[in-house]
Ligand binder design. Sequence first.
Ligand code: SAH
Length: 264
Amino acid sequence: MGIITFRVMDNKHKVIHEFDLTLIGDFFKDLNRQGPGSEEVTHLALHFAEALNKDVRIADIGCGTGGQTFLLAKYTDGTIEASDFMPEFVTSFQKKIDNSPYADRINLRELSMLDLPYKKEEFDVLWAEGSIYNIGYKKGLHEFKKFLKPGGFIAVSEASWFTESQPEEIFTFWNNEYPEIDHIGNKVKQMEEAGYKAVAHFILPEECWWNYFNPIKAHIPEFLNEYPDNKQAKELTEQFEGEIALYEKYHAYYGYVFYIGQKI
Ligand code: SAH
C-alpha cells in the first residue's frame, strides 16, 4: 500500500496504529494492487532480472492480493513462493489463485518479511514490489540476500526523490512517513553496498500511480457505506485522499523507481 496507508511496521508512526488493521485489510482485499505499478513495469523488471520465459524459482515478498504475482507467473515458467502478513489479503489472493491457471505454480503463505523461513540460496529471483519499505530498503536488501543464489536477481520498487531539493510540504511529509526515501543515485549506491551489482533502474510512469489511486477512489463510497458512522473508516479514506492530493501536487519531485540488482 501507499506509504501513508501502510506503516504498521514502525512504532514511531502513530497514525496507522489508530486504524484497525482489519479495516485496512478490508479496504484493500478486493483491490488488485496495493501500490503503484503496471503490467508493463513488472514485465520490464522481469526482463532485467533475466527471468522472462525461464523456469526460475521466485520469492514474491509482500505480495498483497497478488497483482504482480500473476504477472510473474504469466511471464516466466517458474514457481513462485508468495507471502504477505495480512490475513485478509492471503485469503482473498488464495481464492484467486485457486481459480487461476497458475495454481500449481504459486504457493501462498501468510508470513512476515521480518522473519522469512526460506533456505539459504533457495531462489533465482527475489521480488518486493512496493513492499520493501516495510522492512526498510537497506535492511531488506541486506537480509533477503541470503535467500538468493549467487548470480540471482532482486527487483524492488521504492519511493525516491527525483530532484535535488523539494518543497517543504512534501519533504516533511516523506521524512515523517519514510525517512529512507532518497535520491536515485543514493539508492543505487546502497544496492551496491549491500553486495549486488546494480543492473538497471527505471522510474515508474505516472499511470502506475493512477492504477493504484483510481481503484481506491472508486472504492471509497462503497467502503463508507459498509462502515456508516465509523470514525476510523472515515479517517482512513481521508488519508487516502490526502495522499492522492499530494501526489497530484508534487509528482515532479518524487515517485517510485524499480531497482534491479544481481547478487555478486
Ligand atoms: N506487492 C503488492 C503490495 C504492495 S503494498 C503490490 O504492489 O500491489 C505492501 C504490502 O506489504 C502489503 O500487502 C502489506 O500487507 C505487506 N506487508 C507489510 N508489512 C509486512 C511484513 N512485515 N511482512 C510481510 N508483508 C508485509
